[in-house]
Design a protein around this ligand. Sequence first.
Ligand code: MLT
Ligand code: MN
Ligand code: ZN
Length: 300
Amino acid sequence: MLLLVLGTAAGGGIPQWNCACPGCSGARAHPCRRRRHASLAVRAGEGRWYVVNATPDLGDQIEAHPGLHPGPGPRQTPLAGVVLTDAELDHTLGIPRLREADCLQVLATAPVRQALLDRLHLGDVLTPYTSVTWRELPRRGAEPLDAETAGGLRITGIPVSGKRPRYAADAPDDDAWVTALRLYDPATGGTALYAPALAAWPDHFQRAAEEADCVIVDGTFWDDEEPRRTGISSRTATGMGHLPIEGPGGTAERLARLSARCLYTHLNNTNPLVDPAAPQHKRLARLGLEVAHDGMVIEL
Ligand code: MLT
Ligand code: MN
Ligand code: ZN
């Protein structure tokens, strides 16, 4: 299994266009600190790639990785589809960027698909440009990620929470608003678990994490008070639907007990980890945990 980390920032990116916080200013002064919106490219088979979440940076993310470039035909692309973990804008605004495609396959759970069709009107908007095929993200058991690749990667969606995007706050309850993805390669036996949005840590997610070789999770906020302390919100991290890294009930102590390689992604620009000199990096290193970076390649 080959995974390319296309981006590791939460909504807004780092730097965020209207933000002069230390994290964003630091990234303007030091371009190596820039992070694009969180996304992963997954190789389903030879020349067949899927992106997990379609971010506003998708065009640049494709250009940054030669394996995702088109060719040899003039409009031949290795991008076979998009898999969505949720309906948040930072994970879906890239879908209209793909309108030049002949056809587009989108894997999502039912509530996520419904939000994109009924609230963002992506079906109506995209129909004159391209043909979108919606596929249900499998929840009970693994299915082939790519129908055209025999013996290729298998995917399972693991519901993690009912957190809805703000634009769909009054939409019906459903436990599949936010999903983690389990990717399994039958050829190598490798398993990855990708959960860029974690409002809760249900038992079935814990079991999936125990079985995985690599776990990549929500690292939006370092601690629960960070959004209030930095003045970006009146809510805590948990209240905003992101389990914090540090503290009781935080993700670090849970990850540290796993045997998997564990990495954080979806960092908010207020997270001290966006500064490579922050002491919090030493704390993670002592626990054996990593922070993912843009351009990272993971082979399993
Ligand atoms: C989130 O991760 O909580 C959302 O993406 C927030 C947002 O961008 O509005
Ligand atoms: Mn987000
Ligand atoms: Zn900022």
